[in-house]
Ligand binder design. Structure first.
Ligand code: GLU
Length: 506
């Protein structure tokens, strides 16, 4: 089995693209096959600098880098279509020779004129097809000599595919099932453009053949091109790969495809990584920078259209590989459910090693401008232990508990309610008993023992000291156990906070 992910470098990688890459990856790994990354950059007008690097970085971050491609070569190199242009010319000529394609000399102005005239006459969309081709400026209507003369004179031309007349063509899509179409509905698509570059259709089919691709897995939007591809394979006399067209990823309300604009509106990143469009300067956010773990995103995306057939949800890439099959991919679109993604992310964060989380926390600390302080790995591991159950995205380790990194900012409402005379007196007393605890014994058990003894001796109820302790240490009303926070902050910082709260004003 050989599969490929064949993005055009026209911008950032949408989650739909990541999912397409993922399904290709899973299928290749399951069958111990090869996964190729091919860059389809023949349309120079849509080329965006940096997009290819972005795609590779995204796949790397997701852990689904292909086996062969522009990033690491392979036996089917080159993998960038712009570096393969000589090949396409040769194959297009082959089709002309075998009578499946022809030269067309019509200028863009002439074609525009035909379209405009048809529109004015109310004849709908004019197309270059079986009905019109004979009357146009091409090698079907011109004499052989005239064609030779035009080519010799260096006149601009394109090579068009000769769609067979009135034929019903049927093929089986591995997801959609049997697909039938009438050849008369297709137009004579351009295969080679006048600039000597192939169109997507020709390059895609030639490369899938030369790269020995056995299974084409791609988005639904290409289903409409599949009939043409089927005819191209037949014209070349090549065996056709299996086709599988993946259902769309829909907006959360199920109303249409999830677009970047919907994502912006709903606060859902639709790209894998942050992206700045080099032409417009427009910035878009990605899942990585939004604090999602790649394993969570991948797990979520795998189930966005595929199901293992039972209720197993949290799966490693290896497990998904084991269970994956194209037959279990649904036919219709799947809604993007952000809450579900958040749930996956929480689940993966809870299970993550500190070593994975610590660098991400450091990045957020930096981004939040708290980098003047340096925290040891042990300290950050302590924060992770206390916050793991409470975070949704990795930023939350910092933004939901800034008091681990900065002196508390006192929440006014909490302060107004809890910072009364009795509470103040109790904190004063607590300072003096905790001062007597040594640095070595500064842990939750010891702090608890001393606190309990102090409360008993002075008949202090929970409500008259615990909220005040929390207030002094964190400034906010929710969060992890105060004694665990005090243990992590250490003796010096804890006592300083208990003193400082007296200086805070409402
Ligand atoms: N270059 C096409 C894209 O950008 C590839 C379609 C296909 O996989 O055949 O999606």
């Amino acid at each position: 089995m050989v599969v490929r992910f064949a993005p055009s470098p026209t911008g950032a990688l949408h989650v739909g693209g990541v999912r397409t890459a993922l399904y290709n990856y899973l299928l290749a790994k399951k069958h111990k096959g090869t996964f190729i990354l091919r860059i389809e950059d023949t349309d120079q007008t849509r080329f965006v600098p940096g997009a290819e690097e972005y795609i590779i970085e995204s796949l790397k971050w997701c852990g689904i880098l292909p086996d062969e491609g522009t990033h690491n070569g392979g036996k089917h190199a080159p993998y960038r279509q712009s570096e393969r242009s000589a090949l396409y010319q040769q194959y297009a000529e082959q089709l002309v020779k075998s009578g499946h394609a022809y030269y067309a000399f019509d200028t863009a102005e002439e074609l525009n004129q035909y379209r405009a005239t048809a529109k004015e006459a109310g004849n709908g969309n004019w197309t270059y097809n079986v009905a019109t081709r004979k009357g146009l400026n091409n090698s079907l209507s011109l004499s052989e000599d005239a064609v030779t003369a035009k080519l010799a004179a260096g006149e601009d031309y394109v090579i068009r595919f000769l769609i067979p007349e009135n034929e019903e063509v049927t093929f089986v899509d591995d997801i959609k099932g049997s697909v039938s179409f009438q050849s008369a509905q297709l137009d004579d698509k351009v295969l080679m453009k006048s600039d000597g570059l192939p169109t997507y259709h020709l390059a895609n089919v030639v490369d899938d053949h030369l790269m020995e691709v056995t299974n084409v897995i791609r988005g639904d939007e290409w289903l409409g091109s599949a009939p043409l591809h089927v005819l191209l394979y037949r014209a070349f006399g090549w065996e056709r790969p299996h086709f599988a067209h993946l259902p769309l990823i829909l907006r959360p309300d199920g109303n249409g495809k999830l677009s970047k604009r919907d994502g912006d509106r709903l606060g859902i990143p639709v790209f894998s990584l942050d992206w700045t469009d080099p032409h417009t300067g427009e910035k878009s956010s990605g899942f990585r920078e939004a604090g999602y773990l790649p394993a969570a995103l991948i797990n979520f995306l795998a189930l966005l259209g595929w199901s293992p057939g039972h209720d197993e949800e949290v799966m490693t890439l290896e497990r998904m590989t084991e269970l994956f099959s194209i037959e279990k991919v649904g036919k219709s679109g799947t809604k993007f459910d952000l809450d579900k993604l958040k749930w996956f992310n929480q689940t993966y964060i809870k299970a993550a090693d500190d070593a994975e989380l610590i660098p991400l926390i450091r990045q957020t600390i930096e981004k939040e401008g708290l980098s003047n302080n340096s925290y040891s790995d042990a300290y950050l591991s302590g924060v992770i232990a206390l916050m793991k159950e409470r975070v949704v995205v990795t930023h939350d380790f910092v933004t939901k508990a800034k008091y681990f990194y900065l002196s508390p900012e006192y929440d006014a409402a909490f302060m107004a309610k809890q910072w009364h005379d009795a509470g103040k007196a109790n904190i004063k007393g607590l300072i003096s008993v905790w001062e007597a605890v040594s640095e070595e014994n500064w842990n939750v058990e010891e702090l608890q023992t001393v606190l309990t003894a102090y409360m008993q001796e002075n008949s202090i109820g929970n409500g008259k000291i615990l909220p005040q302790l929390r207030l002094a240490l964190t400034g906010v009303s929710g969060g992890p156990e105060s004694l665990a926070v005090a243990a992590l902050l250490g003796k010096e910082d804890t006592l300083k906070r208990l003193e400082d709260v007296f200086l805070a004003t409402i």
